[in-house]
Design a protein around this ligand. Structure first.
Ligand code: MN
Ligand code: MG
Length: 651
């Protein structure tokens, strides 16, 4: 009997109810249904809770994914549950354990406790497993009731990958009993091998340099897979903590899952790292990826989102032919824990599994206390009331933390020695968010939950390499925020309401003025309006006029470097560093490391003086308390619209 199903008919056949999967229901004698469930990039999200916002969140949490796991197990006769890495770091619970509570001998990490409660069969290491150092990692792994494998991180390199002294076992061959369609039990040896991006050596250099070395993923896989076959693996599943990227292998590639899937002997591949979903339209245009079949290079593949958002799922119908098992049919999908409605609200699709919540309840409660109490101090208030009219501490702190991080990341690279600038925009600056929509952290204690106020989005850090001309144009793009002011004009409305504040990048490391008498070079969407227009004047670096032909590094985020806001010079071509860390994580690390932060704005930008001209600027009424600290000539002039307060600035 031959059984092939496409993804759509499979989904239709199971819509709405839990039924036995067709592979389980219809397997013939000597055929068995093997189901592989994947979680990936959990980043310590056990509870459906956003610790930065300090409120529940239905889009995340292994406790929710766990309910899918239970349902999926009920549908199939033989199931494996595998995590694909990045479980140890990435939310305040992870930071709490690493920075505050620590891991004493015999402690079990809460995410491991939750994974133990769910009966995971195996896991691999993601790049973030190294964020707190190797000692911390090994203590965490010691608590796992399941094998954790990684083949390309070694304590010592041998003459070929199979001779390496790896940090943890490179692979495992599980003895798994499967039941065939006639009810007979068979021993099935399932080989699991894991990989992480070799870029960890750069990203976590301070923990890894001198301690471990990384191998190319493809080179390593090619060496080990035949050895696993020799040792009796019937089926090989690759745990690729690596994204879906180029189809052609290149040395040291970060996102190697497509060529990895194409290697001989690979029966199924679990992917991750990119925090996306496979199969899904996200990957429709990727060479080697078939989103309808759910395959990479013809090999069944999945990527289960991130933070527990999805359960990745691969169903294999395997058949025993003599002594060999082969895959005769496969289907893959990624099941979500929530859905986004048309009005952008979120509906949970599953309840939390109480056993998983219970496994980490103590640490959850401790984390709540941790995010609510001070982890550092600020000796200046961090507010954004004037972020659009003057250099501002809430933007400055983001810039400072990015700079601190990127300086470290550029060491030992070909970009070392180039001047490093840092770009940041005010995210909460009134506008359509309303008159209370501002960052406002008073002087004194800073708690973790305040950091989400400073950095609203879970962006990741990036760096681009640009020319001085591109630095200037980047600032010209930002300066499109303002309406033009004719010389001597009075009470001109300053801000263009079509221009969102998150596209008002301030660049630190250079000094400049914005001449509002000039037209904007770009429109609010970043389209060029006038090649010859220039609002950016007196642009200097290191006290001298900025050399437009010189090169600079700009620290920024994935949104901007990926083309968000259409900024000149911010493209994938100029991107020289893609950090695994969120900008928020970097701010937390910076505060924890420094203890007290001094986020004083350095007034590196201002409006060019326009004698006799005034503009009107609306901001939150609470701004009044800080009027004497802002570096512009400003006076209150009563109420603005919609609850805003209105101020007049003399240019
Ligand atoms: Mn990740
Ligand atoms: Mg500044």
């Amino acid at each position: 009997m031959s059984l092939t199903l496409n993804r759509r008919s499979f989904l239709a056949s199971t819509a709405g109810l839990i039924a036995l999967h067709p592979f389980s229901a219809n397997a013939a004698t000597n055929q068995a249904h093997l189901r592989i469930m994947e979680t990936t990039d959990l980043h310590v999200h056990v509870f459906p809770y956003d610790y930065y916002a300090d409120k529940p969140r239905d889009t995340v949490g292994l406790a929710r994914t766990a309910s899918l796991i239970n349902a999926i197990r009920a549908e199939a006769s033989n199931a494996l549950l595998i995590d694909n890495g990045d479980f140890l770091q990435g939310n305040p619970m992870g930071d709490y354990i690493a920075y505050e509570r620590g891991m004493k001998e015999g402690d079990t990490h809460p995410v491991i406790q939750a994974m133990n409660a769910l009966g995971f069969d195996a896991s691999t290491l993601g790049n973030h497993e190294f964020n707190y150092g190797i000692d911390f990692l090994m203590k965490a792994l010691a608590g796992a009731n399941f094998p954790v494998v990684n083949a390309n991180i070694a304590l010592e390199l041998g003459s070929d990958p199979t001779k390496d002294k790896t940090l943890i076992p490179p692979y495992v061959i599980l003895d798994h009993s499967v039941t065939d369609g006639a009810g007979a039990a068979h021993d099935l040896k399932v080989g699991l091998i894991g990989f992480t991006p070799p870029q960890v050596m750069n990203w976590d250099r301070r923990h890894l340099e001198g301690n471990v070395q990384a191998r190319d993923i493809i080179e390593t896989a090619k060496a080990y897979i035949p050895q696993m076959k020799e040792q009796g693996a019937d089926i090989i599943v690759v745990l690729s903590h690596s994204g879906i990227g180029a189809a052609d292998a290149s040395d040291g590639m970060e996102n190697a899952s497509v060529p990895l899937a194409g290697l001989d002997g690979v029966d199924a591949i679990l992917t991750g790292h990119s925090h996306l979903v496979f199969p899904s339209p996200d990957y429709a245009d990727f060479a080697g990826a078939d989103v309808d079949a759910g395959t990479l290079m013809g090999t069944p593949a999945t990527m289960g989102g991130f933070w527990g958002s999805h359960m990745g799922l691969i169903d294999l119908l395997i058949e025993k032919d003599g002594n060999e098992w082969r895959v005769v049919s496969a289907v893959s999908e990624a099941r979500p824990i929530s859905k986004r409605n048309e009005d952008r609200s979120v509906t949970a699709l599953v309840e939390s599994d109480p056993a998983v919540l219970a496994a980490a309840q103590t640490e959850h409660d401790e984390t709540l206390a941790y995010v609510r109490r001070a982890v550092g101090k600020t000796d200046a208030p961090l507010h954004s009331y004037f972020a659009l009219v003057a250099d501002d501490p809430s933007v400055q702190i983001v810039s400072i933390a990015q700079l601190w991080y990127i300086e470290e990341m550029m060491k030992g690279t070909e970009h070392e020695g180039l001047p490093i600038l840092s770009a940041a925009a005010p995210f909460k600056a009134g506008g359509r968010g309303g008159p209370e929509y501002f960052t406002d952290v008073p002087k004194g204690d800073v708690a973790i939950k305040n950091v989400s106020d400073l950095y609203l989005y879970p962006n990741t850090v990036r760096a681009v390499r640009v020319t001085g001309q591109q630095v200037k144009d980047w600032l010209e793009r930002s300066a499109g925020m303002f309406n033009q002011v004719e010389s001597g004009a009075q009470d001109v409305v300053l801000l263009n309401p079509e221009f969102p504040s998150y596209n008002f990048d301030v660049i630190d490391g250079v000094s400049y003025q914005i001449d509002l008498s000039q037209p904007s070079k770009y429109d609010p969407k970043g389209e060029l309006l006038d090649e010859n227009a220039s609002r950016i004047v007196n642009l200097t670096y290191d006290g001298a006029p900025l050399d437009l032909a010189a090169e600079f590094i700009i620290a920024t985020n994935n949104y901007r470097a990926g083309g968000g806001g259409n900024f000149p010079g911010a493209t994938s071509e100029t991107t020289v560093f893609e950090g695994p860390d969120t900008n928020r994580d970097i701010i937390v690390r910076y505060i924890v490391e420094k203890g007290t932060i001094s986020p004083r704005a350095d007034s590196n930008w201002s409006f060019a003086p326009m004698e006799g001209s005034t503009v009107l600027f609306d901001t939150g009424p609470a701004a009044t308390a800080y009027l004497d600290q802002v570096d512009v000539d400003i006076e209150p002039v009563g109420d603005g619209p919609d609850g805003f307060a209105r101020f007049r600035i003399s240019l």
